[in-house]
Design a protein around this ligand. Structure first.
Ligand code: EPU
Length: 460
């Protein structure tokens, strides 16, 4: 693949003015003297039904893709979370008009004239880096910072920047991209998405192989195709992309967040409860469904987009949920974004289990926090042995710190199962990715509240 452009990764942050209209998304108050926390009183029993929000990671990719389109793009079912706010600010900093209302986001990028991204915002989220695809396709260059996101490993961007050894090569006088062949060394989700956007506007045909098969890639292909692109093969390991000189804004409903759905499925399991949820795309959750079923949960499909998860003790009289092992891997393997939550569940199952993380190289920091709640976990590099409960022993509430988004979610789940009060600090990590998590859990019967503590007394 010979996509020619100029990308500058700037070490110096600077702030550009932001015209993002805050009609729907409310920013977390920035009071430096207060430390927002979640307080959970357990053990909880959950019941009822919850609505799953739109996918965070699909929304981030589609928002970047709106930069490929002339005219207005309208996205429905976008979650109201801080990562989306950061992405909206990035688009605005480039000159796009972004409006949000009632879970919808309308983006018009006709006025985009800059190639310099708001570097402060970019350092907050991983998804911000995706804009290099549209920017180099439209302008031949992009000025970006290394992206932020959860601290779960090294997370380089080499695959985004490289292709055939030369993709994105610096050239002084070539503007516009030329399609070609490129094989990713690893099926990176973000790199697949970045290259898909760039190739959709490149001149000629691009063949991308060993690409990510994640549902979010399929969602992005659907949106780009609806906007006039020609992408074949999304969901398989090879994409054939016929470049188009112009894409046009279209309308799209963001698919349900499979990781949020998975987190609530595990919430039902860890509290030995029964809840239902919709909308869910069951084929996107099959790995988790298999594992929870192996443990003893009963998962039934109520209708096309509704799942019921039951882990009530009547299912397994005299026994309890059994331990099982997981090894994370790219889709359709076990999702890395559910590994921390599963670790929490395993601390409450009978027997011991092996948890192996193979996608990121440092995604075990939640184990230390779970230990503060009484969990017995032995971490060795990217593997952990989780010792399930002895008869009579269980988790006990304590003060813990959310170290990253999914690790934070694992602490909420553990807090629901623990006896007594669990206080979770650094919840800004959790609020990056879960919309209304407190209200949703309260509606299921959990005793959880968001409150603030003076900063000094919050030191854990
Ligand atoms: N990698 C490279 N070079 C690259 C890109 C990735 O070596 O250029 C490596 C990474 O270091 C990592 C592995 O490839 O070890 C997988 O990374 P990938 O690129 O697939 O992940 P990502 O695009 O950075 C997205 C999600 C993550 C999710 C992963 C895997 C977004 C914004 N983020 O990240 O979501 O864990 O795919 O499914 O789409 C989350 O939501 O909590 C989250 C971390």
């Amino acid at each position: 693949m010979a996509l020619f452009c100029n990308i500058i990764i700037s070490p110096k942050p600077f702030v550009l003015s932001c015209s993002y209209q805050k009609t729907h998304l409310s920013k977390t108050p920035q009071n430096t003297k207060q430390d927002p926390i979640f307080k959970i009183k357990g053990p909880a029993t959950l019941s009822g039904h919850i609505t799953i929000s739109g996918s965070k990671n699909s929304s981030l990719a589609l928002l970047a893709a709106t930069l490929c389109c002339s005219g207005t793009s309208l996205l429905h079912n976008v979650p109201n979370i801080s990562d989306i706010q950061a992405m909206a600010s990035i688009l605005s900093s480039l000159g796009a008009k972004v409006e949000s209302f009632d879970g919808k986001m309308m983006v018009n990028s006709d006025g985009v004239g800059k190639v310099e991204v708001d570097l402060e915002e970019m350092r907050k989220i991983r998804g911000g880096f995706f804009v290099i695809g549209p920017l180099v396709a439209r302008f031949g260059e992009a000025v970006v910072a290394l992206p932020g996101g959860c601290n779960i490993g090294k997370r380089p961007v080499d695959l985004h920047l490289r292709g055939d050894g030369k993709v994105w090569a610096h050239t002084a006088n070539v503007k516009g991209l030329v399609g070609g062949r490129f094989r990713l060394d690893y099926p990176s989700v973000g790199a697949t998405e970045t290259l898909m956007m760039a190739a959709s506007m490149a001149d000629g045909i691009t063949l991308l192989s060993n690409v990510a098969k994640e549902p979010e890639v399929v969602d992005l292909a659907r949106f780009l195709n609806d906007s006039g692109a020609s992408i074949e093969g999304a969901g398989s390991d090879t994409l054939v992309i016929r470049g188009k000189s112009q894409l046009y804004g279209s309308e799209c409903v963001i698919r349900p967040d499979r990781i949020e759905a998975g987190t609530f499925m595990i919430a039902a399991a860890i509290t030995r409860s029964c809840i239902s949820m919709s909308p869910v795309i069951p084929s996107r959750a099959s790995c988790l469904i298999d594992k929870l079923s192996e443990a003893g949960c009963k998962i039934s499909q109520v209708d096309q987009h509704t799942l019921r998860v039951s882990a009530v003790p009547a299912l397994y009289p005299g026994d309890d949920l059994k331990s099982f092992g997981i090894k994370t891997s790219p889709f359709p393997g076990f999702p890395t974004d559910l590994q921390p939550q599963i670790m929490s569940l395993l601390t409450t199952c009978t027997g011991s289990s092996l948890v192996e993380e193979s996608v990121f190289d440092n995604r075990m920091s939640h184990a230390r926090e779970l230990q503060k709640l009484g969990a017995r976990i032995q971490v060795n590099g990217n593997s952990a042995i989780v010792f399930g409960k002895d008869k009579g022993s269980s988790l006990c509430g304590s003060r813990v710190i959310a170290r990253d988004l999914r690790g934070g979610a694992s602490l909420i789940l553990a807090g629901l199962a623990a006896k007594g009060t669990t206080e979770i600090h650094k919840i800004e990590h959790i609020e990056r990715g879960y919309e209304n998590i407190v209200t949703k859990l309260q509606n299921l019967g959990a005793d959880i509240e968001r409150s603030t503590l003076p900063l000094l007394s919050s030191l854990v």
